[in-house]
Design a protein around this ligand. Structure first.
Ligand SMILES: O=C(O)c1cc(C(=O)O)c2c(n1)C(=O)C(=O)c1cc(C(=O)O)[nH]c1-2
Length: 255
């Protein structure tokens, strides 16, 4: 598809419309999670799988950083690496995510081994890392723009989960607090970048396609969680099985 170059406001409006149509806040699994309709094992499965997304974000940012042509751009992107990996004095997002999985009772070694990961999580997350590595810098930056929509879902998630689940508290969900300030900062830069650097309508279409691709891979991760742990409830071979569902677990004692 092509046409005349879109004014910045129109480009931005179209990007927001993509989120309104297909961001993962709309996924039924998130509705269940935020409304308190999952059990602890299902919440564990979500956190365990999402660990791989969190752990892969700095790898994708490092590969993008290596391709940025100027000091100013690299300095800006380097901040993301510190946000996720920490700077040695304060924990980064990956470490904070492990506090979340730990708070839910999951063994850290098991989480980081990735043994219990759903295959579809691995494929979706790897697709993001490959996309950022292989596509243009413009498309790679654009693919991070789902963060335009994340503060709203994070606020909803934290308040919903605190209200609904007795097995989570503020310390467990502390991962999310810094994201509420980091994400808007990241987005302000990335939006300016794509508005500036997409100089043809084809490039603007590529920016929109990158955002759709990213929404799709976030959605696909929740499809896999839903299929494995909600309905029909078929975890693939080798994937995490919540204790409550494991054969022999919590079986009533014979009278
Ligand atoms: O909680 C969420 O729903 C959510 C969504 C997203 C996103 O939209 O990609 C990110 C995050 N959280 C997040 O915590 C995070 O660090 C992050 C980095 C990125 C990215 O693409 O570089 N997205 C997201």
């Amino acid at each position: 598809m092509s046409g005349p170059l879109l004014p910045r406001e129109e480009l931005e409006a179209r990007l927001r419309a993509i989120g309104a149509e297909r961001y993962h806040s709309l996924h039924p699994f998130h509705r269940l999670l935020h409304d308190g309709r999952l059990n602890k094992g299902q919440v564990q499965a979500w956190a365990l799988n999402r660990y791989y997304y969190q752990a892969s974000i700095p790898a994708k940012d490092a590969s993008l950083l290596a391709r940025l042509p100027t000091t100013a751009l690299r300095r800006e992107w380097r901040r993301r690496l510190e946000d996720h990996d920490g700077d040695g004095s304060k924990p980064g997002g990956v470490e904070r995510w492990l506090r979340l999985t730990g708070g839910l009772g999951l063994d850290e070694g098991y989480v980081t081994s990735l043994q219990g990961l759903l295959p579809a999580t691995r494929f979706a997350v790897d697709a993001y890392v490959h996309f950022v590595r292989e596509r243009t810098v413009l498309e790679a930056v654009a693919s991070s723009l789902t963060e335009m929509f994340s503060p709203a879902i994070i606020s909803e998630r934290v308040s919903g989960m605190l209200r609904a689940y007795d097995f989570v508290d503020e310390a467990t969900l502390a991962y999310f607090t810094p994201r509420l300030t980091q994400a808007p900062q990241d987005v302000a830069f990335a939006l300016d970048y794509v508005a500036e650097e997409a100089r043809t309508r084809e490039q603007q279409e590529a920016v929109m396609a990158a955002l759709r691709f990213k929404c799709d891979l976030l959605w696909a991760q929740l499809d896999a969680l839903h299929h494995a742990y909600v309905a029909p409830g078929l975890p693939p071979p080798g994937a995490f099985v919540p204790e409550a569902f494991a054969p022999g677990a919590r079986v009533a004692e014979p009278a």
